[in-house]
Ligand binder design. Structure first.
Ligand code: SF4
Length: 361
């Protein structure tokens, strides 16, 4: 049976972080029971459409899904398990933010059915946590990481680098501290100043491109030598702890998105659909889907699998791709090609956006 992944989006946060351009809202009170009922209705809708799938992964993202009461999370997981068979080793992740009131939080989430916890730490540095407008302090972050590592077998933290005035030595110290916890996975995102964010309004400047690129390269090297090889531009883990859920996006597998602003991708009877909340389907042409697979697949260290590309799109990779441009980039040491795959080189990872634009032109 074909695998399917489910993404639940919880749009609420305690406050808006000044760098954040995700879809998120701050509300004094939220009727959680009502929202969960609407999520259950959406699960039922998708089950009617896709009764024969098996669930490979479930991801609670946001916003701040750790604000959902654990009994509601359990209700959603149990409901999904009644509708579909779960694959052996199904990955059920939730994003949580550190806070000072976490005494039973992680235990309750585990009891609710979560088996992978991703903690939005963002910085292991007092001043930068303040600068990033986070609601947690360094002690909260460290205590929560300890708690998560004790409670779950599979865990990850997010950190942001290339912060204003950040230097390499400080960053390497944070990375050293992060790996000392024995985390299974790390997600590291470069700070960019996005339109409409508070940082943009305050005139905060992004780190110079060459300095940020140098920081990225040193990060990749540091993590590779500490047991965390890069498997995607921003994600680092030993092979058995690569995120199954996120790989479904990058590899072009089917997933449904539930909740405001969530989206999904499905292949039904050889047609491709983009799913946009609330479950509207827009048909994508094979060429549109192929472009998406190139954009997403080149983010992976192992790159695009040409056979998988054909299985999904029905198109021959070698006919679809802009061959003269590809060969130029292989000669320029930005891409590496074999009969089976196309992937970015170390140098290519720094220029992915430009490479993708050229390849799809
Ligand atoms: S907690 Fe996450 S989603 Fe919410 S505002 Fe901050 S960065 Fe954005």
């Amino acid at each position: 049976m074909e695998p399917l992944s489910i993404y639940f989006h919880w749009p609420y946060c305690k406050s808006k972080c000044p760098y954040c351009d995700f879809f998120s809202k701050v509300a004094k009170s939220v009727n959680q029971a009502e929202m969960i009922e609407s999520y259950i209705n959406e699960l039922d809708y998708y089950h009617e459409l896709l009764p024969k799938k098996t669930i490979r992964s479930i991801f609670f993202g946001g916003g701040t899904p750790s604000l959902i009461e654990p009994q509601h999370i359990e209700k959603l997981i149990v409901h999904a398990s009644k509708l579909w068979r779960f694959e052996d080793g199904v990955e059920i992740s939730l994003e949580a933010n550190p806070n000072s009131n976490h005494e039973n939080m992680f235990k309750d989430l585990k009891n609710a059915g979560i088996n992978r916890l991703s903690l939005g730490v963002q910085a292991l540095n007092r001043d930068d946590l303040k600068l990033l407008g986070r609601t947690h302090n360094l002690n909260d972050a460290l205590a929560c990481i300890e708690d998560v590592v004790q409670t779950f077998d599979n865990h990850s933290i997010d950190l942001i680098y290339a912060r204003p005035n950040q230097n390499m030595d400080q960053w390497l110290k944070e990375l050293e501290q992060a790996v000392s916890f024995g985390l299974k996975h790390l997600s590291l995102y470069q700070l960019t100043i996005e339109e409409g964010t508070l940082f943009e309004k305050r005139g905060v400047k992004a780190m110079a491109e060459d300095k940020a690129a140098e920081m990225y390269l040193q990060t990749v090297y540091f993590l590779a030598t500490h047991g965390y090889p890069r498997y995607e531009v921003s994600n680092f883990a030993p092979a058995q702890y690569e995120s199954k859920h996120n790989k479904c996006y990058w590899q072009g597998d089917d997933y449904i998105g539930i909740g405001e602003s969530a989206h999904g991708r499905l292949k039904l009877k050889n047609k491709h659909y983009a799913l946009v909340y609330p479950h509207i389907k827009e048909e994508l042409t094979p060429n549109e889907r192929a472009e998406e697979l190139i954009i997403m697949g080149l983010r992976l260290q192992k790159g695009i699998d040409k056979t998988h590309f054909k299985d999904i799109t029905g198109l021959d990779f070698n006919e679809f791709i802009n061959r003269p441009k590809l060969e130029q980039m292989v000669a320029g040491n930005l891409l590496q090609e074999s009969n089976e795959t196309l992937c970015a080189t170390n140098q290519g990872f720094l220029l992915l956006d430009k490479i993708i634009l050229e390849l799809c032109s």
